[in-house]
Design a protein around this ligand. Structure first.
Ligand code: HEC
Length: 126
């Protein structure tokens, strides 16, 4: 009897330690760092600098054909990315929590605002 209680206690303890740190954990930037409340500078955005930097950090992994996890949808040239920007798919997916791009979860709001501002400016190749 004593052994049973001891074994049960030990099991419960192990389950607790194993389950607690992993519960309620979502590996996306919003959950990790919170919504970005600092000012987001969306002035003078350049495709070649600010936009490409966001893509490099969050998209290239699956949207550059030489990447091992290439999705089959290339965003390698400005024209390719502009096409998806103009179709509406780009803004839809980066803001779609139910079907987000990147697939791991929504990016920080400031990254999304920058892409949005660039798209609204006509997705220039600057
Ligand atoms: C882990 C891999 C992965 C990452 C990272 C990723 N994507 Fe994707 N993306 C995919 C796959 C796979 C598809 C095709 C399936 C789908 O639409 O969900 C796709 C599809 C898309 C589409 C839809 C294209 C269309 O014509 O409808 C857009 C837009 C898109 N991605 C944008 C992005 C952007 C922008 C980023 C970075 C901010 C990004 N993706 C990061 C894997 C990824």
């Amino acid at each position: 009897m004593k052994e049973t209680i001891l074994a049960f206690g030990l099991l419960a303890g192990i389950l607790f330690v194993v389950s607690v740190p992993s519960s309620c954990y979502y590996d996306n930037e919003i959950d990790l760092y919170g919504a970005d409340t600092t000012l987001c500078d969306t002035a003078n955005l350049r495709y070649s600098v600010e936009i490409r930097k966001i893509m490099q950090d969050h998209c290239d992994e699956c949207h550059i054909s030489t990447s091992p996890s290439f999705s089959g949808i290339p965003f390698e040239t400005h024209a390719e990315f502009k096409a998806v920007a103009m179709s509406g798919a780009l803004l839809d997916r980066i803001n779609n929590a139910g079907n987000p791009m990147p697939q791991t979860g929504l990016m920080l709001i400031c990254n999304r605002q920058k892409i949005e501002a660039w798209v609204k400016a006509g997705a220039p190749n600057n």
